[in-house]
Design a protein around this ligand. Sequence first.
Ligand SMILES: [Mn+2]
Length: 224
Amino acid sequence: MSKRTLFVGDVHGCHTELKGLLEMANFKPDSERLFFVGDLINRGPKPLEVLELAHHLGASCVLGNHERSFLKYLKKGSQSSDSFSKLKEEMGDQIPFWEEWLQSLPLFISEGEETEPDSFLVVHAGLAPGISPQDTDPHILTNLRTWDPVDQRPGDENHPAWYTFYQKSRTIIFGHWAAGGVVMRPNAIGLDSGCVYGGSLTGLSWPDRSLYQFPAQSIYHPPQ
Ligand SMILES: [Mn+2]
């Protein structure tokens, strides 16, 4: 049997809650694996501490839309949100290190053969139906919420969630959709429970599929 793996939803700088969740889930860094679904940074109080902890624990992480925006910001200096400029300042002379680390994050991670019961694919937001992740636009992988089956493109708030069109047996583990809350389907598990908006931080133990939720200690950012 493979090692237990803990998947963690969108942290957004909620360092206290991340530590609380790891303790609650009895995570053992020496013998277990840790995966993040992206959006480690932005909006919350301690993004650098979250990056440091993820790196220290040797965690795997897929790229979220907020990491992509931060990398763009570092490169072009454009779109300066307060939390990006604050994070850059905190990084100080470690900016090149973190830039390289963030750039090394993949858009998705898949493990196991499609037919294996415990095979999974981790992606920040979602997949377009019938298209492999390799062939999917990075913007879709990191931003998708709903799908328009008529025009075959990302939908608006009136369209169904993308995962209702997903037919394969490989389980997709994703984040990005705090308003949608935790999703628990046989082949799609959503872990964003809006910690930074005063919800909770969710962890998924794999392959037993048990959930852990650590409550936000504050409302760090107004709900979107
Ligand atoms: Mn996101």
